[in-house]
Design a binder for this molecule. Structure first.
Ligand code: HEC
Length: 142
């Protein structure tokens, strides 16, 4: 019994150490945080659609979606929002740079998909998630 309890405590302590959050806090105004979350859910949906379209050989559609929803074309979307609701300008510059890299990567993917080369398009799919992972690993907003 005592051995079991010690083991349980050890596991608890270890998981507490592991769970330490080392991401940098980037506080955003409430409205900006809300639009960020909305856009993030849309990003995930778009990503899933792009992967499905690519795998099923609908490369042109995958490319258009990548450009419109994730690429440089998608960047201007927030400009019509009130300043407080725009996530970009409130991000630390390094975080914002990751977001810009994500837009660039999606536009580059769109160009590759537009060539109709299935092999190359499949090969470049992982470039779409690099910025998602980099940012989520480095930053939190709460
Ligand atoms: C520049 C930074 C950055 C990039 C790039 C980024 N995210 Fe996020 N994302 C965040 C932050 C910060 C949160 C946490 C929001 C919170 O704490 O509620 C988040 C949250 C999310 C959520 C949860 C939304 C919710 O309702 O809580 C999803 C899903 C998500 N991101 C998907 C993605 C995908 C997919 C990509 C890439 C296509 C991506 N993100 C790229 C910063 C980023």
């Amino acid at each position: 019994m005592k051995k079991k309890l010690t083991l349980c405590l050890a596991v608890l302590v270890c998981s507490a150490v592991e769970a330490e959050d080392v991401r940098q806090l980037a506080p955003l105004p409430a409205a900006a945080a809300e639009s960020l979350r909305d856009q993030m859910r849309a990003n995930l949906l778009t990503l899933n659609e792009i992967i499905s379209l690519t795998v099923s050989g609908k490369l042109a559609e995958a490319g258009v979606l990548a450009e419109q929803e994730l690429g440089n074309t998608a960047m201007g979307k927030n400009r019509k929002l009130p300043f407080e609701a725009r996530p970009g300008p409130h991000m630390p510059p390094a975080m914002h740079a990751i977001a810009m890299d994500g837009h660039k990567a999606a536009s580059a993917f769109a160009l590759i998909a537009a060539t109709g080369d299935r092999e190359k398009t499949l090969d470049s799919l992982p470039t779409l998630t690099t910025s998602c992972v980099s940012c989520h690993f480095a930053y939190r907003i709460r």
